[in-house]
Each structure stands twice: as structure tokens, then as C-alpha cells.
Design a binder for this molecule. Structure first.
Ligand SMILES: [Cu+2]
Length: 173
């Protein structure tokens, strides 16, 4: 579809927008990611821009911005965290969450399969941040939650029993 777009004025406008890396992330929509991706085909200048934004574009296509003060809720399954709330993550498996640094959040999980799980927030060394770890729960339907202030060192939310499957990324910015 982008091939129908004259690479003139529109491109200039888009490049201006894309230069705000946060704009891509803020959009957090597939449409934004597609626009950013297509920019790379237009000319060298925009290709360089897109290169800079490569990781942001990926985060934007997968990551979901969550406003401070939001209660985030997951169903905990052995094979993934299933988003329940807010609506933006409903039905998503292990969604990447983009949080506001310094913002207060609640993250709740519900045992959805009767297997033992917990919920922990890890830094890049796979260490628990600020003792943010719930109890282990093996009763289906039981839940626990964490309340925390988003910090940049937080990089994953994970079940310590199923670190290979039940893990999602946190982007704090
Ligand atoms: Cu688990």
C-alpha cells in the first residue's frame, strides 16, 4: 500500500513525526509500526531514521503503554501470562508493558490452571527487584498482587517456576 504513496510531502511529514522516537512507542499501534517500517523503503535518510528506531518500532508493535495508576491483571498459565486488564492487553500472551517511570502500578495474577505459579519482577540480571515477588499459589482461581513504583531496572515480569514460557517484558520510560 505504501507504494501508492508519493514519497514527497507525506514522507517529510512522516519523517518529522518519526524523529520523535517516543511518538512511535506512544502510538503503540500496528499502523504506526507499518508506517515506520515503510519509511525505510522510501530513501536513505528515512532508512537511517528507521534504523535508529529499530528497537522502538519492535516495542511499539508489541508493547502496550499502561498509564500510571493502572491495575494490570493476568491469568497465570504454565505456558504464558494471559492479559485480562486493562482492555488494551486483554487476550494478549506475555504482552510487553510500557510503564511510566515513577508511576505507581498494581499487577495482579490469578491462577488459571491449578499449577503452582508466582509473579516476580526481575532486572536484567534476573534478580528480583525490591522483593517484588508474590507467594506461590497452586489453587486455581486464587490470586495475589504486587504494588510497585515503575523503575527503569525492571525488565521482566515472570513466574519463577516457568521462566521460559511465563515471562513478559517491561519497558519503563
Ligand atoms: Cu508458572
Amino acid at each position: 500500500m505504501i507504494s501508492n504513496t508519493p514519497p514527497t510531502r507525506r514522507t517529510v511529514l512522516k519523517v518529522t513525526g518519526a524523529s520523535l522516537a517516543t511518538a512511535v512507542v506512544t502510538g503503540a499501534s500496528l499502523a504506526t509500526a507499518v508506517v515506520a517500517g515503510c519509511l525505510g523503503d522510501d530513501d536513505d535518510e528515512t532508512a537511517a531514521d528507521t534504523g535508529d528506531d529499530g528497537t522502538d518500532t519492535d516495542a511499539g508493535s508489541n508493547g502496550i503503554e499502561i498509564e500510571a495508576g493502572t491495575e494490570i491483571v493476568f491469568d497465570g498459565y504454565t505456558h504464558h501470562w494471559a492479559g485480562l486488564e486493562p482492555d488494551a492487553i486483554a487476550g494478549d500472551e506475555n504482552p510487553t508493558l510500557i510503564l511510566e517511570e515513577g508511576g505507581e502500578y498494581t499487577m495482579e495474577w490469578i491462577n488459571a490452571d491449578g499449577v503452582t505459579h508466582d509473579l516476580q519482577i526481575w532486572d536484567e540480571s534476573d534478580d528480583v527487584v525490591d522483593d517484588l515477588a508474590t507467594d506461590s499459589i497452586n489453587e486455581e482461581g486464587d490470586s495475589d498482587s504486587l504494588e510497585f513504583t515503575a523503575e527503569s531496572e525492571m525488565v521482566t515480569y515472570v513466574c519463577s517456576y516457568h521462566v521460559g514460557t511465563q515471562v513478559g517484558d517491561l519497558v519503563v520510560e
